[in-house]
Write a protein that binds this ligand. Structure first.
Ligand code: RIB
Length: 310
């Protein structure tokens, strides 16, 4: 790619308003916990990845839906303020925008409940309207907070146009059509990889051993993120471990989104899979060291500085 041309990323996915609640510990089922703070900020796995990719220097188009409630305008304006093309963000009448309740405990661990709202209406009509954008992109990046059938159809459009597809299979689907994983690369976390396999993966060794079986489900390349153990990369032939970056984890929310965006941007820039994975790992680490979802998405300079320092 010409040095001056920015990578073009199409992100198809969710746009949410996050209600983020911090407390000393997450509640157990049936338990009530008094929390410390509450903030409301734009989130959604799709929108988070779009924001991260834009901050990393890519030209980003967001494909998704918002409702016609009070959040809708704020969510769209927020994407525009990040320099993201929102022409393919459709406003759905008589519908609420996606909303997430994100609970974060002091260890940085989180638990999230999502009400899909308009995200559940990202369908084949919206996809057809965005066909050209997908075909003109260097990478199509998707997650699973929008209907699986739309994700499968979008991947088919990209495949036909020779555009690489990265799928972040989050949240992990319970029972999914086999063609869902017919993509160039998936980047699940350990829990999502276990859900895709249908069996627990409790250690790094388990994940390494599971790579060929995961690959049999369709993805050409796989990166499993392992929090403070780094990431496991499978390029179709061999497995490599991406070492973790040392950071003080404050909030793991959207760390996986920063990781997925990092992969998409670097692969769109024709980096090797190893280089892309390193960049993505640094992006995820920085995201986990800050509070919130989009508020913690790193820019390119921060990522490159961390890689140089490590
Ligand atoms: O990945 C983090 C995101 O998951 C949050 O922003 C929330 O909206 C949910 O989609």
């Amino acid at each position: 790619m010409n040095e001056k041309r920015r990578a073009k990323i199409a992100v198809l996915g969710s746009i949410n308003m996050d209600l983020m609640i911090r407390s000393a510990k997450l509640p157990l089922p049936g338990e009530t916990v008094i929390a410390d703070t509450k903030v409301e900020n734009p989130g959604g796995k799709g929108a988070n990845q779009a924001v991260a990719a834009a901050r990393m220097g890519a030209e980003v188009t967001m494909i998704g839906c918002v409702g016609d409630d009070s959040f809708a305008e704020e969510l769209v304006q927020n994407l525009k303020a990040e320099g993201i093309d929102t022409r393919h963000v459709t406003r759905k009448p008589n519908t609420t925008s996606g909303v997430a309740v994100v609970m974060v405990e002091s260890s940085g661990e989180n638990a999230i409940l999502v009400v899909p709202g308009a995200n559940a209406l990202v369908g084949l009509t919206e996809l057809e309207q965005a066909r050209q954008v997908i075909c003109d992109s260097d990478v199509l990046l998707m997650q699973l907070e929008v209907p699986v059938e739309t994700v499968i159809a979008a991947a088919a459009i990209a495949r036909e146009a020779g555009v690489p597809v990265i799928l972040d299979p989050a949240p992990a689907p319970a029972g999914f059509p086999p063609e869902l994983l017919n993509v160039d690369l998936i980047c699940p976390n350990q829990t999502e990889a276990a859900a895709l396999l249908g069996k627990p993966l409790s250690s790094l060794e388990d994940v390494i051993a599971a790579m060929p079986t995961l690959a049999e489900q369709g993805p050409r390349r796989i990166l499993v993120t392992m929090a403070d153990q780094g990431a496991v990369l499978f390029d179709g032939e061999s497995v490599q471990i991406i070492p973790p970056f040392t950071i003080q984890a404050i909030d793991s929310t959207a760390a996986g989104d920063a990781f997925a965006a990092g992969l998409a941007v670097k692969l769109a820039e024709q980096a090797t899979l190893w280089e892309a994975a390193l960049f993505a790992s640094a992006a995820g680490a920085i995201a986990a060291s800050g509070a919130g979802a989009q508020t913690a998405m790193p820019n390119r300079e921060q990522i490159e500085t961390l890689i140089t320092k490590q």
